[in-house]
Design a protein around this ligand. Structure first.
Ligand code: SF4
Length: 543
């Protein structure tokens, strides 16, 4: 027996009263001659399992009592969500807990520090109320650097003084759009830097349903050529809902929007979204319509491990997607316990090319969430990238990495060299807040332990990296990138008050040494204001 309900993220679900397991309620399908054939067979039904369903996940019966307790405790902080496809087709249950997809989707005790874990464990084991457990979890969340690159302070655009809280405009050409109904995923990655979207703290989320406001913003910003629809995973939405969010972006006054990008892991976590879901054909038809409007449709696919590309369902999903004319570009972070090996990356890139997708980015795991569990030193990351790169054909060498998506921009760790006797890390800004920074090479002192930009020191005796002064002034509203010129009055002014709360020393070193400087580059701002009213929000793009 079922009841129609909404899940925690506002999506329509059917709930089996007997089991409490949720199942998404999809649109009725129509057929299209333009859409490639799908293979026959049954229609898998989407069911999401979270912390409440631990007792119903048959495969978890293989865990020891100790492992099960650890999962129950850790998942109070790190949200988890899986489905039958992930459980049955992707995880190798004979290799628990080391299996990479298990590590990718199930929280581990070591993701929390020992003190936090034991506090929570005591609460869970003594049957403390949900309020107390949640209170403790929230306190841990707030120490996990929820928005690591100044996203809430520096990237939120405005229209005539009104903020667009579910949008981000950091790079001149690209606006990110977080539609309200697209803020969950078919499964959650334990390393996700968009975790604030899932933990139920409204003021930490980016989300909007104000598509009209976004359209007005875009109409006034002809420098924007790309809109990235992201989340969570926008493909969690029904096709009709996705259409409502995308079609306005193709309308009047928006001829300058040349590309619609969609960030998704559905190709991996729920490939039936493109094949046998009731509205799969509608989705592909929407992709065709975008391209018929003269735009490029870029699917930014998130694949973390070659296993995600090896099932029949995954391959068919990719084939059908490509048949629409969309270009699938693949990206993922380098993550310890999941893909920290050159063999894995070489296999992944080869498989992507074999299936007609384009290897695009290897990211550095971001400085948020349970980073100490996942982080790989930059120097080691470069070694893994280089070894994998050396093993693949030129067609796979479209990939770039390792790349940090940091406050100033996307910083490529490009090499290690020695200049005048000093060993240095060669860095390159491949995308910057100021377009003038793009492709600029700069150098950091060699540091084999650093895992993020804030842990690097400029080489050759320089006091700071070239972008630091601009960023500092930007935080104080004394500088804007050249494209945000003063003829766009609404940009910046709305944030003046909130930015003043940032503690940014004029000279970070004199005002507190490396620690202050690290704080500044990292912009560890814990937001203390509610950015939204009634929005909800899902995340795999990297701004
Ligand atoms: S937003 Fe992307 S990285 Fe985050 S949980 Fe969803 S699929 Fe994983």
């Amino acid at each position: 027996m079922y009841t129609i309900d909404k899940d925690a993220h506002g999506n329509a679900v059917r709930t089996n009263v007997g089991t409490g397991v949720s199942e998404r309620n999809r649109d009725t399908s129509k057929t299209s001659s333009a859409i490639g054939p799908k293979s026959g067979g049954s229609r898998p039904r989407f069911r999401a399992y979270g912390r409440r369903h631990i007792g119903q996940i048959r495969q978890l019966g293989r865990l020891s009592r100790h492992q099960l307790t650890a999962l129950t405790v850790a998942s109070a902080v790190m949200p988890f969500r899986v489905n039958d496809y992930v459980l049955e087709e992707l995880i190798d249950w004979s290799n628990i807990p080391s299996d990479p997809i298990y590590q990718l989707t199930f929280p581990q005790a070591e993701m929390l520090d020992e003190i936090d874990f034991s506090r929570l464990k005591t609460l869970v084991m003594t049957g403390a109320g949900q309020d107390m457990i949640q209170h403790c979890a929230r306190e841990i969340h707030m120490r996990m650097n929820p928005h690591p690159a100044g996203q809430m302070e520096l990237n939120v655009p405005t229209v005539k003084g009104k903020e667009l809280p579910g949008c981000q405009h950091k790079y001149r050409e690209t606006v990110l759009f977080f539609p309200r109904a697209g803020q969950t995923c078919h499964a959650y990655c334990t390393y996700c830097f968009r975790w604030p979207q899932f933990v139920g703290v409204e003021r930490l989320k980016f989300v909007t349903r104000e598509i009209d406001l976004l359209v007005r913003y875009l109409q006034g910003h002809e420098e924007v050529t790309d809109v990235l629809v992201t989340g969570g995973d926008p493909l969690i939405m029904t096709s009709s809902m996705l259409r409502k969010n995308i079609e306005p972006l193709l309308g009047e006054g928006l001829d300058h929007i040349a590309s619609i990008r969609i960030g998704t892991k559905a190709l991996s976590y729920w490939p039936y979204r493109f094949t046998t879901d009731r509205d799969a054909d509608d989705l592909l038809r929407l992709f065709e319509d975008v391209q018929r409007s003269g735009r490029h449709l870029a699917v930014m696919a998130h694949y973390s491990h070659p296993r995600e590309l090896q099932t029949e369902a995954a391959r068919e999903a990719l084939r059908r997607m490509k048949d629409t004319g969309a270009v699938v570009r693949c990206q993922a972070p380098l993550v310890r316990h999941v893909n920290d090996s050159s063999d894995v990356w070489a296999d992944l890139w080869r498989e992507e090319v074999h299936l007609g997708a384009v290897p695009y980015y290897m990211f550095v795991a971001r400085n948020t969430g349970p980073r100490s569990y996942f982080e790989v030193p930059l120097v080691r990351g470069l070694q893994i990238f280089s070894e994998a790169f050396a093993r693949v054909s030129g067609l796979a060498r479209t990939v770039r990495g390792p790349i940090m998506s940091a406050a100033p921009g996307k910083v490529l760790v490009d090499g290690i060299t020695t200049v005048n006797g000093q060993k240095v890390i060669v860095l390159k800004m491949i995308q910057g807040r100021d377009p003038k920074w793009a492709n600029r090479v700069f150098f950091a002192r060699f540091n084999p332990r650093a895992t993020w930009l804030d842990q690097l020191e400029p080489a050759f005796g320089r006091r700071e990296f070239f972008f630091e002064r601009s960023l500092r002034e930007m935080a104080m509203d004394e500088w804007q990138p050249s494209w945000k010129d003063k003829s766009v009055p609404e940009v910046g002014s709305i944030h003046r008050q909130s930015r003043k709360r940032l503690t940014v020393p004029m000279d970070p070193r004199s005002a507190g040494g490396n620690e202050s400087r690290a704080m500044y580059i990292q912009e560890q701002v814990i937001p203390d204001r509610t950015l939204e009213t009634d929005h909800e929000g899902n995340g795999n793009s990297h701004v």
